[in-house]
Design a protein around this ligand. Sequence first.
Ligand SMILES: Cc1ncc(COP(=O)(O)O)c(C=O)c1O
Length: 361
Amino acid sequence: MTERIFNFSAGPAVIPLPVLEEAQRDLLALPGVGMSVMEISHRSKTFDEIIQSADSGLRELLNIPEDYAVLFLQGGASLQFAMVPMNFLSLDSSADYIVTGSWGKKAVKEALKFGTVDLAANMADGGFTRIPNQDELQLNPSAAYVHLTSNETIEGVEWKSEPEIGDVPLVADASSSILSKPIAVEKYGLIYAGAQKNMGPSGVTVVIIREDLLPRSRDGLATMLDYRTHATNKSLYNTPNTWGVYILNLVCQWLKEKGGLAAMQRENEDKAKLLYDAIDATEFYRGHADPDSRSMMNVTFRLPSEDLEKKFAGEATAAGLDGLKGHRSVGGIRASIYNAFPRTGCETLVEFMKEFEKKNG
Ligand SMILES: Cc1ncc(COP(=O)(O)O)c(C=O)c1O
């Protein structure tokens, strides 16, 4: 099969077609280099230009202030669940975690291995359907940091703005919302995100860290787990994922050509509205998240029975709409519609939903 289908996967996820085409065109030899990007030294001038360009692409798109370092690491967001507390949580301090879904829970589980964790809010009741209000947060003004998950990929709930947390550094797992809309980076101490949803292939993790936090890293950490190593060596202490950084750079260029993140946000809101309107139009489909906490990237909904959900996902796959089965831990249907996912795919899904209801409702 060489036809591209509509890929609703939560990640690794759809990559912009022009990016894939450019990578394909230059796969055997980068122009003027005569070797593929996977065959050149990470210390070569060519790769240096690529990583610098990826760095400045992210800085431009996200409007990252100068006093932040951008790091290209490995180990996924899952390693960041550990690196954040390893670096910033000491035995005599505690961190506040706001848990809005399955990924936040995992972040807590990991942090507990390194120190004291307080749950500033835990939205587990009702199955993680909403973001807490400001007055529901129990914040400790002397916490080492406050951690939140910008968008819970599994449940489909998303923060629309940052909570007020005073002077404590805000740490965000932005894996499934980064680059989907503009964000105020200056409100964060650290943002981390795996690349495989909105930035490129798996295997690269972006960390954006305010430089004044670096001296707070705990001494005695393994070299590779210490943020200072990567900041000092500009992500080249060891061999980075050169291919991943190359694709991430092309994705940044694609986003800039599209008009940046404000333009991207308009497209994403429009795509998400198509799906949420279709869900709200009938009793047959039931959105998982509360309307004001709904994710723009992962649209989660239920059908009247698990059997129907199974049938829905199976028939959708056969119709060229792939990856709609909800995460194995929660079931239901999940349509992941990241930046590169086309509007026509959302329109096709809406038509499919109407037809499916007609036949099975
Ligand atoms: C919000 C969020 N955090 C963390 C992870 C884990 O990421 P990784 O597989 O890159 O470790 C994911 C993966 O889907 C995610 O969606």
